[in-house]
Design a protein around this ligand. Sequence first.
Ligand SMILES: C[C@@]1(CC(=O)O)c2cc3[nH]c(cc4nc(cc5[nH]c(cc(n2)[C@H]1CCC(=O)O)[C@@](C)(CC(=O)O)[C@@H]5CCC(=O)O)C(CC(=O)O)=C4CCC(=O)O)c(CCC(=O)O)c3CC(=O)O
Ligand SMILES: NC(=O)C1=CN([C@@H]2O[C@H](COP(=O)(O)OP(=O)(O)OC[C@H]3O[C@@H](n4cnc5c(N)ncnc54)[C@H](O)[C@@H]3O)[C@@H](O)[C@H]2O)C=CC1
Length: 162
Amino acid sequence: MSEPTPYLTGLRLAGRRVVVVGAGRVAERRLGRLLDAGADVEVIAPEATPVIARRAEEGRLTWSRRTFQPADLDGAWYVLAATDDPGCNEQVSSVAERARIFCVRSDNRDRATAWTPASGEIDGVQLGVLAGGDHGRSRRLRDALLDTLTKIIDADAERPTD
Ligand SMILES: C[C@@]1(CC(=O)O)c2cc3[nH]c(cc4nc(cc5[nH]c(cc(n2)[C@H]1CCC(=O)O)[C@@](C)(CC(=O)O)[C@@H]5CCC(=O)O)C(CC(=O)O)=C4CCC(=O)O)c(CCC(=O)O)c3CC(=O)O
Ligand SMILES: NC(=O)C1=CN([C@@H]2O[C@H](COP(=O)(O)OP(=O)(O)OC[C@H]3O[C@@H](n4cnc5c(N)ncnc54)[C@H](O)[C@@H]3O)[C@@H](O)[C@H]2O)C=CC1
């Protein structure tokens, strides 16, 4: 039998606790959209990129400057395991699994309960592409679809009102 497909959805995270473990390149790429969603984000990592450190200083997120502890997931709705330590990522996904918190696992798609789509937004319309874990393919298709979507949205705006 073929692999089951992930269930695409739109999480409404405003005011909800989201924990990001790790504060490197991958965490930085994903944080913008979590903050745009209004999530209440806590980042846990001994070291952070300058962009993440600045967002913490600005009060847009909380940065706990230390390694992960299981209690960090208390009250979380969603978690990202994005450290460069596979043992830590495994601990995060195990704790999340027990607590039934959906968890993205940046280093191992098979140990994740959620995957991050390649995404984009034009004029209030959001697009998300999953390609079965082939992130290069989803990125390319997202870029092409965004070009097409721009044209469709422009044409839609020109249509006569009924
Ligand atoms: C399964 C998934 C789960 C998840 O992480 O959510 C996953 C997993 C993994 N990615 C890995 C590597 C890289 N991924 C990227 C880029 C992106 N990865 C994204 C999503 C996803 N990646 C989910 C599948 C979504 C789908 O079905 O398409 C995108 C779409 C969204 C985003 O990240 O925002 C974003 C592109 C969009 C954009 O740019 O906008 C780059 C490039 C870069 O970083 O510049 C590299 C490094 C180069 C390389 O290795 O090719 C590894 C190996 C890690 C290791 O070596 O240890 C794993 C682990 C594994 O596959 O098991
Ligand atoms: N899914 C994806 O899109 C991609 C996934 N990766 C994977 O993600 C991992 C992380 O990549 P980068 O962000 O580039 O790494 P990075 O080296 O830039 O950042 C790693 C972060 O993890 C933190 N960290 C390490 N041990 C920790 C612990 N015990 N508790 C809390 N934080 C801890 C570090 O302080 C740092 O902030 C890579 O090792 C790779 O396996 C890499 C590229 C893309």
